[in-house]
Design a protein around this ligand. Structure first.
Ligand SMILES: [Zn+2]
Length: 593
């Protein structure tokens, strides 16, 4: 447990900036009594002793909540009194010593386990934020989990990252303990196992904002690797490394003696920069073995051969153009909804043309559920709205310009913020001409500068940016209708053709009653076919496009992937992998505490 020092106890010499002072907790008991081991950060309002790990906070700087969480009862005075069976199991099976359990304030408690439908003895992971106990997680001997109702979701061991430049992120509490056993203290774990949710990142944001490097060591299984990618996406890949455990996780590697070796072998996530053949070897081998890199495309059959003419890739900027009222916003939104549904992605929409936002969202509900929001026939029910809300809440985000005239610099800052808070994969800007350039900048030069910034942002953060852009030049054909625009026709700059990686045009044939999608550009040959076309019909009630000549698709995205609450709460631990060696008192999978 960290000790806490009152701010008023500090003998500081300054009121701003940073300074190092003697630690009032440990300096008397140390050989070097003059060592200034306590770093005080006045501007951020915290202090930390890098010798004894004592913490100090100026007022409530670090514990202010925007949301109200239930206070967790702190009646566990006897917390050093762990049962023999738990201590024995922890030290013999998990190689976690009693003093480590005590350092982390681990307790035991009888508590109702929903999965068991009875009261049962649990190991309790106490979640501290500063001095305050904000959440408790209960683990039964047979790996069932439950938490304090209404407790604050936050990373486990968050106090340990205060003032640290580098932070390790592992999956479970026992992995935190395992790292601690090898002297790695700046480590946190995910409160729900391999589940990447917004809430605990938002609540941990304040503590992580100045961290320069994250080393992610989630479990070495499919779910852990997916979560690792999502965390890196959220925190910015350029400042993340990952650990590949030899066994399943940090605790496994502690037991086998490989932990330090695995930690030392952490690798950066590939982003832009300078590479030599050795850096690229793994990726080249992956191409050789598995073929070309996977591209992202809508999978539902109602898109017909879309995949053959056009697909997207992370790190790319895509332009969607088309004459006003030809449906370029509508098609882009239908496309993106399918991408997030088919590939488990998150999208952020900045669409100032479609305001108010709630009204705009009604069209998303139609598309996702597949029924009209308005009217009397087959109308969406309130139940549908509630199901959509749950489905979309960590998938779809809207940005409003907060009443100000939005500038590009403002939007790019917003994107950076959203990267951390939500881990966005696709940003949609509708439309390009709705944002102001910096003062004194205009015309082609300003556009090129913005496109360069967006391209860099997409590459650095491994995201897709979709620009909806109006054409200027609109030529008429002999028949008096408008010609299909190209990327050269997009307002202001040929750089839409040159700088962006991909392009689509949405062109509606009013008399013939269909919409032609044409692929204008793909960066790599394997991403599609420039000039390739697919015709679509438009289903007015649902707002969905579908392959011309077929019937409107009937499927409900919000029902496709109903989360199983039990599955989310129960996650694997290392026990099964090592249980064979242990003589359990309580049957096969049970742990004796
Ligand atoms: Zn100290």
């Amino acid at each position: 447990m960290n000790e806490f020092i009152k701010w008023s106890e500090l003998e500081t010499n300054k009121a701003t900036g940073k300074e190092k002072i003697k630690c009032p907790r440990c300096s008397d008991s140390r050989t070097d009594k003059r060592d200034k081991s306590l770093l005080v950060n006045h501007n951020e309002g915290y202090g930390k002793c890098f010798y004894c790990e004592a913490l100090t906070f100026k007022q409530s700087e670090y514990t202010k909540n925007e949301r109200k969480y239930t206070e967790v009862s702190q009646e566990w005075q006897n917390y050093t009194n762990l049962s023999d069976r738990l201590v024995k199991w922890s030290s013999e099976v998990r190689k976690i010593r009693q003093e480590t359990l005590m350092h982390f304030g681990v307790t035991e408690e009888i508590k109702y386990q929903p999965a068991k439908q009875k009261d049962i003895n649990n190991i309790v992971f106490n979640y501290f934020e500063g001095e305050k106990l904000v959440n408790k997680k209960y683990r039964s001997p047979s790996k069932d989990f439950t938490q304090t109702t209404g407790g604050k979701p936050i990373l486990y061991n968050i106090n340990a990252v205060i003032g640290e430049d580098e932070v390790y992120i592992v999956e479970g509490e026992f992995d935190v303990f395992a790292m601690y056993e090898r002297g790695i203290k700046n480590v946190v774990s995910l409160p729900n196992g391999a589940n990447d949710n917004d809430d605990y990142w938002i609540n941990s944001k304040e503590y992580l904002k100045n961290v320069k490097k994250f080393i992610i060591g989630t479990d070495n299984d499919e779910k852990g690797i997916i979560t690792r990618e999502k965390i890196a996406q959220r925190l910015g890949r350029y400042r993340c490394e990952f650990i590949t455990w030899k066994g399943k996780d940090a605790n496994d590697d502690l037991i086998s003696g490989d932990l330090q070796y695995s930690v030392d072998g952490s690798k950066p996530f590939p982003v832009g920069g300078t590479f030599n053949s050795e850096d690229l070897e793994d990726e080249v081998k992956a191409f050789y073995r598995k073929g070309l890199p996977s591209t992202i495309f809508p999978k539902h059959e109602c898109f017909g051969d879309f995949k053959k003419i056009h697909s997207l890739m992370r790190g790319q900027v895509e332009t969607v153009t088309g004459i006003p009222s030809h449906g370029k916003s509508n098609f882009s939104e239908w496309l993106v909804l399918n991408l997030i549904n088919d590939w488990d992605l998150k999208a952020s929409f900045f669409s100032p043309e479609h305001s108010p936002i709630a009204l705009h969202e009604t069209t998303f509900i139609e598309k996702a559920v597949g029924k009209p929001f308005w009217g009397n026939e087959n109308r969406i029910t309130e139940n549908d709205i509630e199901r959509y809300t749950q489905w979309a809440k960590e998938k779809i985000y809207f940005t409003s310009s907060e009443g100000k005239f939005p500038t590009w610099d403002w939007l790019i800052e917003k994107f950076k913020e959203q990267m951390y808070t939500y881990g966005i994969d696709i940003f949609i800007i509708d439309a390009f001409n709705k944002l102001a350039f910096n003062k004194g900048e205009s015309g082609k030069e300003a556009i090129d500068k913005v496109l360069t910034k967006l391209t860099l942002f997409a590459q650095m953060n491994n995201v897709i940016i979709i620009l909806v852009a109006h054409p200027t030049k609109m030529r008429k054909t002999d028949k008096g209708t408008y010609e299909t625009p190209t990327l050269y026709d997009v307002s202001g700059s040929a750089d839409f053709r040159n700088q962006t990686h991909g392009g689509l045009v949405v062109h509606r044939y009013f008399e013939e009653n269909f919409t032609m999608i044409t692929s204008l550009k793909v960066k790599f040959k394997f991403q599609g076919e420039i000039g390739g076309q697919v015709p679509y019909s438009y289903d007015v009630p649902s707002g969905r496009y579908y392959l011309a000549g077929t019937i409107p698709p009937v499927f409900d995205m919000t029902k496709a992937d109903e989360p199983n609450v039990l599955e989310e709460l129960v996650f694997d631990s290392t026990i099964s992998a090592i249980s064979a060696n242990i003589d359990f008192e309580n049957g096969d999978n049970e742990v004796p505490y």
